[in-house]
Write a protein that binds this ligand. Structure first.
Ligand SMILES: Cc1cc2nc3c(=O)[nH]c(=O)nc-3n(C[C@H](O)[C@H](O)[C@H](O)COP(=O)(O)O)c2cc1C
Length: 207
């Protein structure tokens, strides 16, 4: 084995180890609204569910190098969530993988990634940010807590939210079970590599 002490590595090297080892990662395509009302959309693969009582999810926008803008080193998504307390997680299926990737473009806050990606905004029920119509499942969330794990560029910020509404495409859900084949979610590996979820195995849990 090769062993690495992160304290002796560059930030980029640690990032590469983490994104190479922690795979596959599900992708949250996160929709937010700025205080000025600009719709923002960006994918985040440091994303997971936390528990079901209350239904809780988290995703982690990392800090950028500092700049002179009002947002400072916060990504637009983080700034919007901190200012408005609401977001929507949209599941990325294979059909919208390229559009989700287009939404990751580093563009100024006044540009809406809905337009860049060609995805369609549809009104949410319980929060102000829109859902992505083409996404097979969406979760409307209210912010619970924001935790800064550091203040340096590359530090992760944990955004914890409570799901206040689930939406699943009608043909994909039966008795609350979601059909994985129909959902056709994609995930992220390291760098530019993504993964499909079509090669599945069944394992019976021991009693
Ligand atoms: C598949 C994918 C997953 C990503 N995951 C993350 C992530 O977990 N954390 C992060 O900070 N950036 C992540 N990014 C990069 C952000 O999407 C990118 O910085 C985006 O411009 C942020 O947008 P915003 O400034 O509108 O919030 C990811 C990009 C892609 C394509």
């Amino acid at each position: 084995m090769l062993s690495f002490d992160p304290a002796k590595c560059q930030q980029r090297q640690v990032y590469k180890l983490m994104t190479g080892i922690i795979v596959p990662r599900p992708i949250a395509l996160v929709s937010t609204l700025s205080r000025e009302g600009v719709a923002n959309l960006a994918p985040f693969s440091f994303f997971c569910g936390v528990g079901s009582v209350p239904p809780t999810v988290l995703f982690c926008p990392s800090l950028r190098p500092p700049d002179s803008t009002e947002a400072g080193n916060r990504k637009d998504t983080l700034r919007n969530v901190e200012e408005t307390g609401e977001f929507v997680v949209n599941v990325v299926s294979d059909a919208i993988a390229e559009a989700a990737n287009a939404a990751s473009a580093e563009v100024p806050p006044e540009v809406s990634e809905f337009q860049l990606s060609g995805l369609t905004a549809v009104a949410s029920e319980a929060v102000r940010p829109s859902r992505v119509a083409e996404s097979p499942a969406q979760m409307e969330c209210k912010l619970l807590q924001v935790i800064y794990t550091g203040r340096a560029p590359g530090s992760g910020v944990i955004v914890l939210g409570e799901v206040v509404r689930f939406h699943v495409r009608e043909d994909l859900v039966e008795d609350f079970r979601v059909d994985p084949a129909g959902l056709d979610a994609v995930g992220r590996m390291a760098g530019n590599t993504w993964v499909r979820t079509r090669d599945r195995i069944e394992l019976i849990r021991p009693k």
